[in-house]
Write a protein that binds this ligand. Structure first.
Ligand code: NOJ
Ligand code: CA
Length: 726
């Protein structure tokens, strides 16, 4: 055990400690600091009560401060706060070193090793009412949460605010988006913490149904880099029955503090003992690659209770989708009208002539999916209601079971089944969670009856119940309810516009991906900065897989002659690299089939790439600049490498030491051409095949806004004949 304490810690069982607690009136048993180190000793953590009984903690990495002395506590509505007046009535510690296997993931086996300290804190002034704070110190960071055991003087209570502080050690570089109760779809700003006040207005660009926080606040996952070379990421894990946390900022003292999303009447969280908050997480290292490799957040989530997970599968899919954004030739809506009601006869609408989800069009996509080995196609706009779905704060927009007159659910399903392709259901709720909950079972039954096993949900617009926010406790519980209920029907969920993920895909493995950030759709709505995707894995993806929807080959969108003058700000090859750098067991090939047909040799990478992995190797990384990752396909001797850069060209140094020693493999390298970059000749690429071994090193040029993608396979001597070496 790596615990030290300046006082002897009692070695009693938990039950004896509780018994002891009941007898000990809150005298300061242990006021001295309690110190623990991480299993590898890189991290040192200290817990201490101040003279007035306020809990404090601090954290350092190899002697460098990560979080300087910071206070912990919560304010309760109409009741004394849990902020001070505490004494430690018990303290327990343990060490854990085990491992587990995710249903799908970046690693087949995840090691879970930490040292834990649980302090019981009682308030003598409040009849010895008590809480616990549980700290887990991993090799890659700290997690802590508040626990509220069942007790006489604490049953029901309402959280007014949580005051978990993170006193940072300096004016760090930070990759941030504005604090907001409703959306995560902001572009990232990179600045010093002290520069945030002057940049906030510009960063708070207009987004559908936004609700920017009035205080100076940023969202989590919050990624920082200190001037002494520490990478620090603050987020949360296991967000259940509690509102999402943003971080208030003091831009002169560099102190961050928790800011919970309120509900419609301004309260934060409704609690009933036994209860606990989500974990607050601080992932830290002096190597950026360690941040991307961290499994701390998943480790802090509970194992799934699902007995059968055999129906949860990785999915590579295409969709009737991108054409709604760029081609201008089709729409979600069927009718010309823009004032419809669910109970009207939709067969009487005047067709607008551009409806995308028709039976015929679906069959074309099914043919393409089947010919190219995709598991599924997403069909949006199949169901009635899209004529006036947005901006009306209307409750009954969709019923989730009635198709438009030109979309024959049974015929499409029969055709898809005959070709071995699944159809992904689409449930856009337009924010009306009430309507969705009322109709949920019927909607899932409809899916079961018609052979759908996955659904993309969406929460565009203001939430109903009116006054609730996307990130509040009510909605947090809604998303979990949907995932949990879907499991009863063996349905997988991909949620868009839901609260940012916190590793709950461990507990609810059928919640296989989320959007919850600015994704590819924004390339068609003003564009994404070339650095955006070098930041996302350090921020949004820390919480879980993202349905980023990569794979756009036709990056110049003026091609469609729909009036816009926009482009996808990447090279074609960078879009290939995303299948490796943006982890998700659900990956879309988002472009139109006709564009894939124009570049069949590059498309081969998307057809080949795996979406579920045995192992992942973070080769190079610097937030905002570049990322290179190699991964081994689940259960196969195949490896895939993705490397990306921001707006600057670079030479990636790619090692292959993860390959089995002493064996030769065939690597197919998809690279930007010398004259390519994100806004000129982005479709110029080269493809070459070489023989590689575990000793190979590739120095690969990557164009501005570009990437590199490599597939590595076994081969016979004759396959390798004539191929060059690195
Ligand atoms: C926003 C989602 O992110 C997008 O993928 C979807 O097509 C639209 N909402 C409509 O549901
Ligand atoms: Ca979205």
């Amino acid at each position: 055990m790596n615990f030290q304490s300046t006082k002897m810690l009692l070695r009693l069982s938990v039950s004896k400690k509780i018994a002891l607690l009941l007898f000990v009136c809150a005298s300061p048993l242990w006021i001295q600091a309690q110190v623990m180190t991480s299993p590898n000793k890189n991290l040192t953590f200290q817990f201490e009560l101040t003279a007035n009984g306020t809990p404090t903690y601090q954290l350092s990495f190899k002697g460098k401060p990560v979080v300087k002395t910071s206070t912990l506590g919560l304010e309760i509505k109409n009741a004394p706060s849990f902020m001070d007046g505490f004494s430690i009535t018990n303290s327990a510690q343990k060490s854990v070193d085990d491992s587990w296997n995710p249903v799908m993931g970046e690693e087949k086996t995840i090691r879970n090793t930490y040292n834990e300290l649980v302090v019981t804190l009682a308030q003598a002034k409040n009849n010895n009412r008590y809480i616990r704070i549980r700290f887990r110190l991993f090799n890659d960071g700290l997690g802590f949460r508040y626990e509220f055991p069942k007790q006489n003087d604490l049953n029901y209570f309402v959280i007014k605010e949580e005051h978990s502080e993170f006193q940072l050690a300096g004016d760090h570089k930070i990759f941030w988006i504005p604090g907001d109760y409703d959306t995560n779809e902001y572009a990232y700003t990179t600045s010093k913490i002290s520069e945030i006040p002057s940049l906030m207005k510009k960063a708070t660009i207009e987004i559908n149904s936004q609700f920017p926080i009035k205080n100076l606040a940023v969202q989590t996952p919050s990624m920082m880099k200190s001037s002494d070379g520490l990478y620090i990421n603050i987020h949360e894990a296991a967000l259940i029955n509690y509102p999402a946390m943003s971080l208030n900022l003091d831009a002169t003292t560099f102190k961050m503090s928790s800011h919970l999303t309120p509900d419609a009447v301004g309260n934060k969280g409704y609690m009933q003992t036994d209860a606990q908050t989500p974990w607050r997480t601080i992932v830290v290292s002096d190597k950026a690659t360690d941040i991307l490799a961290s499994k701390l957040i998943l480790n802090l989530n509970e194992p799934t209770s699902y007995k059968d997970v055999s129906w949860i599968k990785p999915v590579k899919y295409i969709g009737i989708w991108w054409e709604y954004f760029v081609a201008g030739k089709s729409t979600w809506a069927y009718g010309k009208e823009n004032n419809v009601k669910l109970d009207q006869d939709f067969t009487k609408l005047t067709p607008n002539g551009k409806h995308g989800a028709t039976t015929e069009h679906a069959k074309e996509y099914i043919d393409f999916a089947s010919a190219n080995g995709f598991d599924a196609i997403l069909i949006e706009g199949w169901n009635i209601g899209w004529e006036d779905w947005i901006n009306n704060w209307k409750e009954e927009v969709f019923d989730f079971v009635t198709a438009y007159p030109d979309f024959d659910v049974k015929a499409v399903q029969a055709y898809a089944a005959s070709k071995g392709v699944k159809i992904i259901m689409h449930h856009e709720t337009s924010g009306a969670a009430t309507n969705y909950e009322r109709r949920l079972d019927r909607a899932f039954e409809f899916m079961n009856e018609n052979g759908y096993d996955a659904v993309k949900t969406g929460y565009v617009g203001q939430i109903i119940p009116r006054g609730e926010h996307h990130d509040g406790q009510w909605m947090v519980n809604h998303y979990i309810h949907v995932a949990n209920r879907a499991a009863d029907y063996k349905i997988m969920i991909n949620s868009h516009e839901a609260v940012r993920p916190t590793g709950l895909n461990r507990t609810y493995p059928n919640w296989i991906a989320q959007e919850s950030a600015r994704g590819t759709e924004f390339e068609a709505m003003g564009g994404l900065a070339p650095e955006h995707t070098t930041i996302l894995p350090f921020t949004r993806l820390m919480g879980g897989p993202m349905d980023y929807t990569p794979g756009i080959f036709q990056t110049d969108l003026t091609y469609y002659k729909t009036g816009g003058n926009q482009r996808v700000n990447t090279t074609l090859v960078k879009q290939l690299a995303y299948y490796v750098t943006m982890y998700s067991p659900l990956q879309m090939a988002a472009d139109l089939p006709e564009n894939y047909n124009r570049f069949p040799d590059a498309f081969q990478f998307i057809k080949d790439v795996a979406v579920d992995w045995d192992n992942s190797y973070i080769l190079e990384a610097e937030p905002g600049d570049y990322i290179s990752i190699a991964r081994k396909a689940k259960g196969k001797n195949e490896w895939f490498v993705g490397g990306i850069t921001d707006e600057n060209s670079r030479t990636a140094t790619l090692t292959f030491d993860y390959l089995p020693k002493g064996k030769k493999f065939i690597a197919t390298i998809y690279a930007d051409a010398k004259d390519a970059n994100w806004n000129e000749k982005p479709q110029n690429y080269t493809i070459r095949k070489v023989v590689v071994t575990s000793k190979s090193v590739l120095k690969q040029y990557i164009a501005p806004g570009g990437g590199v993608a490599i597939s590595i396979k076994e081969g016979t001597a004759s396959d390798m004949k004539g191929l060059g070496k690195l």
